[in-house]
Design a protein around this ligand. Structure first.
Ligand SMILES: [Zn+2]
Ligand SMILES: [Zn+2]
Length: 164
């Protein structure tokens, strides 16, 4: 199972941290690891500015390669800066850290059903070693766009997430 990703992990050892998230093909355009994203791929980054290739508008810019991980730049940023977070569900004040996709789905279902005494929280800062820790991609995305994004947008984003 791991062997198909070993080559890319050898080239980019930091991907080892996210090996459970690696995928053999781009989720959007379907190219294989090491291949250049197709034109119009949502995931492709621009070789000139590092932004989203589909919308950045750089004339010389080319799509980058699929290296097996969605939000590659943001994951690296989280790793370098220690941006980790986790989610938790609360029932009558008791905290349960979300440790699996099933638990996450259960939380969303309970929230949707408005179970009394139930609450779900997202993006609670933590360390990489904490149970349920995952890369805080939102924080990385904010960071990479810092300066041209008004602070109120961060607030409204949290609200949207919390009301999901
Ligand atoms: Zn792609
Ligand atoms: Zn560009």
């Amino acid at each position: 199972m791991m062997s198909e990703f070993q080559h890319i992990i050898d080239l980019y050892p930091w991907l080892e941290t996210f090996k459970d998230l690696l995928a053999p093909k781009c989720h959007d355009c379907g190219v294989k690891i090491g291949e250049k994203h197709l034109n119009g791929c949502d995931t492709a980054r621009c070789s000139v500015c590092g932004g989203q290739h589909m919308i950045c508008g750089c004339e010389e810019g080319e799509a980058d390669l699929w290296l097996g991980l969605m939000y590659l730049v943001e994951h690296k940023m989280c790793l370098d800066n220690g941006y980790w977070c986790r989610d938790a569900i609360y029932l009558d004040g008791e905290e349960f850290i979300v440790t699996s996709p099933e638990m996450h789905r259960l939380g969303l279902r309970m929230q949707f059903s408005k179970v009394p005494g139930f609450q779900m929280k997202f993006h609670i800062p933590c360390t990489q070693d904490d149970v349920g820790a995952h890369a805080d991609l939102n924080r990385a995305a904010m960071q990479s766009q810092k300066g041209n994004k008004p602070s109120w947008m961060e607030d409204s984003l949290d609200e949207i997430e919390d009301s999901q």
